[in-house]
Each structure stands twice: as C-alpha cells, then as structure tokens.
Design a protein around this ligand. Sequence first.
Ligand SMILES: Nc1ncnc2c1ncn2[C@@H]1O[C@H](COP(=O)(O)OP(=O)(O)OP(=O)(O)O)[C@@H](O)[C@H]1O
Ligand SMILES: [Mg+2]
Length: 371
Amino acid sequence: MIITGLRGVGKTVLLNAFREKAIEHKWVALEIEISKHNDDEFKRILARELRRALFEIAPKKKWADRVKRAAAVLASFTVTIDPDGRLSAGLEVEPHEGQADSGALDADLTDVLIALGEAAQAHDTGAVFLLDEIQFLSRNQLEALIAALHKTVQRELPVTLTAAGLPQLAELAGEAKSYAERLFHFPTIGKLEASEARRALAAPAEDNGASFTPAALDIALEFTEGYPYFIQEFGLATWNLADGPSITKRDAEQAQVVVEEKLDSGFFRVRHDRTTELELAYLRAMAELGPEPQLAGAVAELLDRTSQQCGPTRSKLIEKGLLFTPEHGYAAFTVPQFDRYLVRAVPDLIVPRVKKRKKNEEEKEEARVTS
Ligand SMILES: Nc1ncnc2c1ncn2[C@@H]1O[C@H](COP(=O)(O)OP(=O)(O)OP(=O)(O)O)[C@@H](O)[C@H]1O
Ligand SMILES: [Mg+2]
C-alpha cells in the first residue's frame, strides 16, 4: 500500500508498526527513507538494504542456492556504482553477468527483486520494503519499483511494499500507472475523529492514574483539530503543567500557550527557515486566503502577479514538500495549521518589491501614453 498524509499525522509511526509486525512474522524489512537521490544514489541505498536483507534471510553458512544466486545478482546490480566493492562486501560471489546490469533501472530492479523473492522463498520467509518520504522518488524510480513489484507479484514471490509520503506523488505514466492502480491500496491518513482524539489523550492519562476534565478535552480538540502530532505535544504539555490527578481547563489553557510556542519555534519555524523571500511571500499570500487548497490564480492575484510569473516559486515550494497539488490548478499546505502560523509569524502580506517597481514604471508609462 501507499499511504499518504500531511506532516505529523503518523505515517512514520505506522511504518514502524509494520516493521514490528514483519519482524514478528520473521519477515525481513528493508527500510529506506527516500530523499532526492539520483538513480545511482538510489541504487546504492537499495543495494545496502538488499545486502543486509540477504544476511538476515539466513546466516551465510546456511544459504540455499537461491540466496547465493541473489547475492550474485546483487553484486552485478552494484558493479558500476561500487568500484571498491563495499556494497557487496562479504557476499563473496562473482557478479551474475547478464542479470541486473543492463543499466535500465526498471529491468535491473526487476532482476534484483525477483532474486530477493526467490531467496526469501527458499528460506520460507519474505521481504517487505518500507519506504518513507516516497514523494521524493523521481518518476523513473517510482516506475521502476512498480514494474519490479508487478513482476514479483505475478510470480507469487513473497516480496511486498508499504510506502508513505506526502500527498504529492510522482505523476505516473503508461503501464506503471495501470500496474500501480491494481497493485496498491492508496489509503490516506489525516486528522483523528473527535472521539479518537479524545481517546488519544484520555486513555494514556487514565493508564497513568490521571484524567482530563471534559472542558480540558474540548480545548485540546479545538486547538489540535485532531492532528496526531499536535495531540502528542498537547498531552505532553498538560502532563507537565497539571498538579494532577485531574487535568483541568486551566491546565489546557496554559498548555495551548506552551504548545504554540514550541511549535512556532520548532515544527513551523524549521519550514519557514527553509524558504526564500519569494517563497515566503507566496506562502503568506496563501495563508491570507485560508487553510483550504487555493487556486494558483487567486494567490497570484494577491501578489499582484500572474500565475505564470508565480509558477517557478510554486513549483519550488512543491519540490521542497511545503505545498502539494490536491487537484489541477490548486495548491495546499502539507503542514497542518501552517496558514495560522504564517499569519502569526508574518503579520503583513509580502508583495515582492521587484514587481512593485515595475508596476510603478508601467503606471508612469501608461500615464505618459494617455497624456
Ligand atoms: N499512533 C500514534 N501513537 C502515538 N503518537 C503518535 C501516533 N501517530 C502519530 N503520533 C505522534 O505524531 C508524531 C508524528 O508522527 P509521524 O512522525 O509518524 O508523522 P508523519 O506523518 O511521518 O509526519 P512527517 O510527514 O512530518 O514525516 C509522532 O512523533 C507522535 O508524536
Ligand atoms: Mg514521517
């Protein structure tokens, strides 16, 4: 499955829970946090996990022929990117010529995943890829993975994948697209329901001999809107503030201040700091319009520009993972409540100066022509 959701909704927590399950069932987990890798880096990171996985499938002394073969395919996969042989260290095999060495990522990854699946099968186990921040995969990389998994599924090999990331996934084309639709579930996760959010705070408190008053929970729900990360911080703050064993309305009110300060100087601030002036101006304009997805044209208008002029800034913000496009023409924040933060942190709209000057000139020009 491919799970998508905003920042701080529990995607990574969920992947960790899946890893625990995999280990419980004696499956091998290959965990990768994706970032913007070029194909060689991507291969290198995969190879490192694959190598580890082979040793985990069985101790080398007990390797079935299929595992030895997988090791040879892996050595072949890394031949061009691993001149000093570190990625195949300890495998002690010759590269399996003609396997996984074509240079085409999809074909090579298919060879590798099939070899891995056969190796796992030979030892009555399986392998699960757990990929986080999958929005950073390039289209080519994502398509290659999908093509490879499609093959292992066809052959009924015990290889599967759970990935998580922001709602912005690479646009898939052709076969990859139709495979993906059939291969994966695409659950989205987000805010908790009110009853779940209450339980997320109340249950652990109760387990520890404390309880929230209903008024305190109301404040928590309004403040956090049910976002898991905010609930976590809110719970921590009330726990530290309350005299206990009852966590009161007053505690919750104080917690709001503490949590807001913490988020403003951490969770939100780190994202704010990663923006250029133009990007910040764009985000601030979006915030002015509210938390919902916003039309590119409407944001541009606030900035006194055309959407075309704003295009590069918008793309950059998407690339940085601060915005995503829920539907064509729209952009939305990937960080819950980022709009509110921006209004707090940057009270006034920023209208980029360059344009202002230009506009003055245009006005002067217009005045000159009409006179
Ligand atoms: N099931 C859960 N139990 C306890 N805490 C949770 C749970 N889910 C989420 N949280 C809290 O929310 C925080 C954020 O969760 P997590 O890091 O998994 O989010 P994420 O969706 O991966 O966010 P990002 O997109 O920023 O990586 C956790 O550190 C934890 O405080
Ligand atoms: Mg995460």
